[in-house]
Structures are given as C-alpha cells and as structure tokens.
Design a protein around this ligand. Structure first.
Ligand SMILES: Nc1ncnc2c1ncn2[C@@H]1O[C@H](COP(=O)(O)OP(=O)(O)OP(=O)(O)O)[C@@H](O)[C@H]1O
Ligand SMILES: [Mg+2]
Length: 323
C-alpha cells in the first residue's frame, strides 16, 4: 500500500490541568509522534498485515525529527525535500479529557516540488497494490492534486482510495477514484455547502442523509462512495445500489482517527478483491475497533475480525431516497 500523505506533521500532545485562553499554562506531560492522517492509515494498515509506504514532503531543516519518529515505529517513508519547517499539530488534553487541536500550517510546496512528488508516486505506485490519498493538501499544492494522483494510480493499474478534505476530494471525483470515504460533515460540505463539523453525528435522519450524500458522491464520479457517520455507521453507493450499514457499539476510548483506520482496512479489502459491501464492513470493523484504543491508527485486529462478522448491510429503497 502506497499512502500519499502530502501534508505530514508532528503531533505534539500536551497534558494540562485546564485550558484557560489568554493565560500561560504549565504542561504536566508532553508526547511527540509522527502525525498526519496518512501516518494513522499506515499504522492501521501495518497492524492489518499490509506493507504501507508513506509518501510526503519533508522540510530539510527539521524533517529528520519526523523521520526518526516514523523509523522508530518501523514505518517506511519516501519523501520530497522542501524548504521551511515541519508542520505541527498541537493537541491539548485537559484533566477532564476535553481535547483542543490546533493544526499548524505546512511548508509551502511550489510547482517544481509538486512535480517531484508526482514523479515519486509514479515510481512508487508500481507494485504497491493500492494507492491511498489521505488528508489535506499543503499550501501551494494544486487543488486538483489528488485528481492527478488518481490518474497516476489508474495508469499504473492500481486502485485509488481518496479520503481527503472537501475541496481536495471534490476536485478528485472527476478522475473516478475507486473509493472515497469522507465523513458526513465533509460529504455534506462538499455537496451542499455545509460547514460545521461534529466529532460524532446524532439524529434519526443520519442513515438517510449519509445514503443521500453517498449517492451524490457516486453521481459525481466516485466508483464506490462511502460516507461515514461516526457511531451511527456508514453508507455506500455503487452502480448496483445503495446501502446503510449500522456500526456495532464499542467501549469508546478515542474516536479520533477512526476514519483513517476505515480507509486502511477498506483499501486492503479492495486489493484482496472483496465484494463492495465487505470492503465497507472491513473498513467499519477496523474503524470501530480503533475507537477502543487511545492512539489514533492503533487497533486490535482480532477485535476488528469479531466486529466484521456482526456488521450487516441494509438495502436502501430508491423511493425513500427520492422523497
Ligand atoms: N463511537 C463509535 N462507535 C462505533 N463505531 C464508530 C464510532 N465512531 C466511529 N466509528 C466507526 O468508524 C467509522 C468512521 O468514523 P467517523 O465517521 O467518525 O470518521 P472520521 O470523522 O473520518 O474520523 P477521523 O477524521 O477522526 O479519522 C464509522 O463509520 C464507524 O463505523
Ligand atoms: Mg476522516
């Protein structure tokens, strides 16, 4: 599995008793790890038996810090050097477990560097089995960056999964990615201009909204359009129909990164030739299992296998969708 993760970052998790905006806080603990959604995908893919390679841009000045952290986790990296400094995501965790995330801005990427990156993908995609485009694009990257990568994957006869922020995903749809898997907020943002983002969606109309969004993404070009909706489940639309799959309840520890585990497991199922509904069941099972772990991208594969058996798909009636 090749993971295009152009906007890599360093995750700095800082424990503080309480966040008081406008004041100085003293940390009670700090943890630094390689981050960015693509790194979560890589962690999950390796746990599930895949051989992931992460591809991204790294600043010459301080990129070695990221490389060392990724190395320590045994994850492979292919990189394009850039100027500037490493992007930092600051994750503030208070004593009451409330979490505040500040996503830093990445180093700028000019057209020469972007071209180097696409050349790297052309080279690395051969024999990769599947290409996963994960996360946001760095400043300076072309908005149709993921569309270019979908075309590269297809020229190399490799299926491409895109799990990206709405603007980057919207631009990729025309290139007909084999699987897209935004969450409900991202999908509705892309299709209907919705802007708020909830960590978990609530409401009785979620299955219908998710299926409608999946139908919209499929119509816009995605071969298999999945829309994930947190603890509620996920919707799928393909040329043969539309389905809602309810998630199984879990002992929730941390839902952050569930979508990345979904992308990893679904991509592996896709290369293994699983049926479309089973691709989604595999993705959901891994995603739900990851919610029982504290670290994004980690999961117990035995728990995922157990959840997979319990997830069922409900065919959605087209007349319900039309109403
Ligand atoms: N609380 C939960 N209980 C059970 N399953 C969950 C829960 N939260 C998420 N999941 C599973 O994970 C899948 C993906 O979750 P979600 O829609 O939250 O992704 P996401 O918003 O992209 O996550 P992230 O961006 O943090 O990676 C869901 O479709 C569901 O199968
Ligand atoms: Mg997501």
């Amino acid at each position: 599995m090749l993971i295009a993760a152009p906007n890599l970052c360093l995750d700095i998790t800082i424990a503080i008793p309480r966040l008081v905006p406008g004041s100085v806080s003293r940390a009670t603990g700090t943890d630094t790890s390689a981050g960015g959604k693509g790194v979560n995908v890589a962690r999950a893919a390796r746990t599930l038996g895949g051989r992931p390679v992460v591809a991204g841009f790294l600043p010459r000045a301080d990129g070695s810090r990221f490389t060392r952290l990724l190395d320590a986790e045994g994850l492979a990296l292919r990189k394009v050097d850039v100027d500037g400094v490493l992007r930092i995501a600051s994750i503030l965790v208070e004593d009451d477990r409330r979490v505040t995330v500040i996503n830093g801005r990445g180093a700028d990427v000019d057209s020469t560097r972007w071209h180097r990156f696409t050349s790297l993908i052309v080279d690395a995609v051969a024999g990769a089995g599947v290409l996963v485009c994960s996360g946001s694009l760095p400043p300076g990257a072309p908005v149709d960056g993921y569309a270019q990568l979908v075309e590269i994957g297809h020229r190399g006869d490799v299926p491409v999964v895109v799990d990206a922020a709405p603007a980057a995903l919207a631009a990729a749809l025309g290139a007909q990615p084999d699987l897209v898997s935004p969450n409900l907020s991202e999908a509705e943002g892309l299709l209907f201009g919705r802007v708020d983002e909830q960590v978990d969606e609530v409401g009785e109309d979620i299955p219908l909204r998710a299926v409608r969004a999946a139908v919209g993404l499929h119509a816009a070009g995605a071969v298999r359009a999945v829309v994930t909706a947190g603890s509620a489940g996920a919707a799928l639309c393909t040329t043969t129909g539309a389905w809602w799959l309810a998630a199984r309840p879990v002992d929730l520890v941390n839902p952050i990164g569930a979508g990345d585990c979904f992308a990893a497991a679904a991509a592996l199922a896709l290369v293994a030739g699983a049926k479309d509904i089973d691709v989604v069941r595999r993705g959901m099972a891994a995603a739900s299992a990851s919610c029982e772990q504290p670290t994004a991208g980690r999961l117990d594969p035995a728990r995922a296998a157990e959840l997979f058996e319990k997830i069922t798909a409900q065919t959605m009636d087209p007349t319900v969708l039309a109403g």
